[in-house]
Design a protein around this ligand. Structure first.
Ligand code: SF4
Ligand code: SF4
Length: 257
């Protein structure tokens, strides 16, 4: 019997599932090694399947999510979060910093039909997570490598080098130095192959914090580029706005610590 794999969705844009689908041939190769028993975007549906590996996209944002994630954990040997929403709460966690109910009342004509929690939280806040893969979207190669490692009984490893290190490896021209754009690469973990600087734009930290990030020095550098404190704070509060490292950096930029 082949090992069983499920891909579950919570509050998210589906981008990480699409990234998996876009893996094309590599996904076909994976499907020869495992039975993909639940992956709604690809076809198979079995929400309650007992599996060897569950991949989870999306954050916990509704009362139903709270119950469903407990069932998924109970039904899975290994649980991997894929992407920024599942790993750090996602862009929807911006409501954690604001009056979420106020936004619902302002946006929806019939807010009484909206049932959501006051916060958006990562999967690890609620259940044990065996491996966290960051990115918006996640890097498919990282996902497939992690699944292969688990199938062969090897502990998966994820590099937490900064995007800057990756820039140097691939020979990118530094957009912070050459163009003076406020690049988040020095404090962001790699995994994307320094994709944005490769196309001449700054990194906006979609892979979350690198190991030992010096956010204070980077914030000082951004101020030197002419960013006002609130603009510096907002550089840290984008896709991974609920990550504690970036929350602290934003508060420090605003002079609140
Ligand atoms: S472009 Fe950004 S990520 Fe690349 S080396 Fe410069 S600061 Fe680092
Ligand atoms: S360079 Fe930064 S923003 Fe761009 S994909 Fe990589 S981590 Fe994400």
């Amino acid at each position: 019997m082949k090992p069983k794999v499920a891909v579950h969705k919570f509050s998210s844009c589906d981008g990480c599932q699409l990234a998996l689908l876009n893996a094309g041939e590599e996904l076909l190769t994976l499907s020869e090694l495992v039975d993909i028993v639940h992956f709604v975007e690809a076809g198979p549906v079995d929400f309650d399947a007992q599996v060897d590996i569950a991949m989870v996209e999306g954050s916990i944002a509704t009362p139903e999510d709270l119950e469903r994630i407990q069932c998924i954990r109970a039904n899975s040997k290994y649980l991997i979060t894929i992407g920024a929403c599942a790993t750090a709460g996602g862009v929807q966690a911006l409501r954690n910093l604001a009056d979420g109910q106020g936004w619902i009342d302002a946006v929806y004509a019939s807010p009484q039909y909206i049932s959501s929690l006051a916060t958006s939280t990562p999967i690890a806040t609620h259940v044990k997570v065996d491996l966290e893969l960051w990115g918006c979207p996640v890097n498919t190669r990282q996902v497939l490598a992690a699944v292969r490692a688990l199938l062969f009984g090897v502990v998966p490893t994820v590099s937490r080098d900064s995007v800057c290190m990756e820039c140097k490896r691939v020979g990118n021209v530094c957009v912070l130095v050459a163009k003076g754009t406020p690049c988040m690469g020095p404090v962001t973990q790699t995994g994307c192959g320094a994709l944005c600087p490769r196309f001449g734009r700054d990194c906006y930290a979609c892979y979350g914090p690198a190991e030992n990030p010096n956010t204070t020095a980077l914030a000082r550098r951004f101020a030197g580029l002419g960013l006002v404190p609130e603009a510096v704070a907002r550089r840290f509060l984008t896709i991974n706005n609920a990550d504690p490292v970036f929350v602290d950096a934003a508060q420090q930029a605003r002079g609140k610590t």
